[in-house]
Design a protein around this ligand. Structure first.
Ligand SMILES: [Fe+2]
Ligand SMILES: [Fe+2]
Length: 268
């Protein structure tokens, strides 16, 4: 039986999300994505060692390891790139990442530069974004810098018009929760607000990103954690994000104090 939830499917193109592969509740719930066009496959944010075997088993319902052309990574966190060494070792793929993280990602790759695992397996994207061919289509990397990573990308699939937004738009849900579109944004907000206020760098960058996404007008926004959004709920999310105070906007002098030394009786 096929696992995962199909987000888009036609004769030659497929987008699937795997939302329930993180076991128990210790690891944060995370979604991994498979996009296939004319038999060629890309994995988006496939995660760390925890997920390598479950994800490998899950994708076999849709694609074979030798079909995987790209490992698309939105940023450098362990829940995104932790197992990239195993994907590179066991598939013919190249990893797509921000140029900023290109020399950090090999820290996850044992035997880097031995045999087939060297620099020709890395496709580094500059700040303005880029595209990689997939089947008879392309996947586009669009800027999402400082949301939260300094070198951060979202991935856009022009066939399904899905925006795979990485951590942007993420919500914290239990690993066991059913994967479905957000139906009541006001209610859903409580599961997003803490994360976005802390992890997004500043309102300035939120406004820039929201303006870009409104021009793009995607069919849905699908984050790496939690539930996807489309239609009215997606528009409500963009409006909320546009006005959110977050990150450095919220910092005050008292957030940078020597209280911990004072409490320990240290002379300051
Ligand atoms: Fe992250
Ligand atoms: Fe994440």
């Amino acid at each position: 039986m096929r696992s995962g939830t199909v987000l888009f499917e036609n004769e030659n193109h497929l987008c699937v999300v795997f939302s329930d592969l993180v076991p128990g509740e210790d690891g944060v719930q995370a979604n991994q994505f498979l996009v296939v066009d004319h038999g060629q496959a890309a994995l988006i944010d496939p995660g760390g060692d925890l997920l390598y075997t479950p994800l490998w088993l899950a994708i076999t319902g849709y694609a074979q390891l030798q079909d995987i052309r790209w490992i698309l990574t939105s940023h450098q966190d362990p829940d995104v790139v932790g197992a990239v060494g195993r994907w590179l070792a066991n598939t013919p793929s190249q990893v797509v990442c921000s140029r900023l993280w290109g020399r950090f990602v090999p820290h996850n790759v044992s035997n880097y530069q031995q045999g087939e695992l060297g620099e020709d397996r890395y496709c580094m994207i500059s700040d303005g974004g880029g595209k990689v061919p997939l089947g008879r289509s392309f996947m586009y990397a669009l800027p999402g810098h400082f949301m939260h990573s300094v070198g951060n990308f979202c991935f856009y699939d022009p066939v399904s018009r899905i925006l795979f937004s990485g951590d942007i738009g993420s919500s914290l849900i239990p690993n066991s929760e059913k994967y479905q579109f957000v139906s009541d944004f006001e209610k859903h907000l409580t599961r997003m607000v803490g994360f976005h206020r802390r992890y997004m760098t500043s309102n300035r960058v939120l406004k820039l990103w929201v303006s870009m996404v409104r021009q793009l007008n995607p069919s849905m926004i699908v984050p790496q954690h939690g539930l996807p959004m489309k239609g009215e709920q997606m528009n409500a999310f963009l409006s909320w994000l546009y006005d959110l105070e977050c990150g450095v906007d919220l910092l005050r002098p008292e957030h940078y104090s020597l209280d911990v030394l004072k409490a320990a009786g240290m002379p300051v």
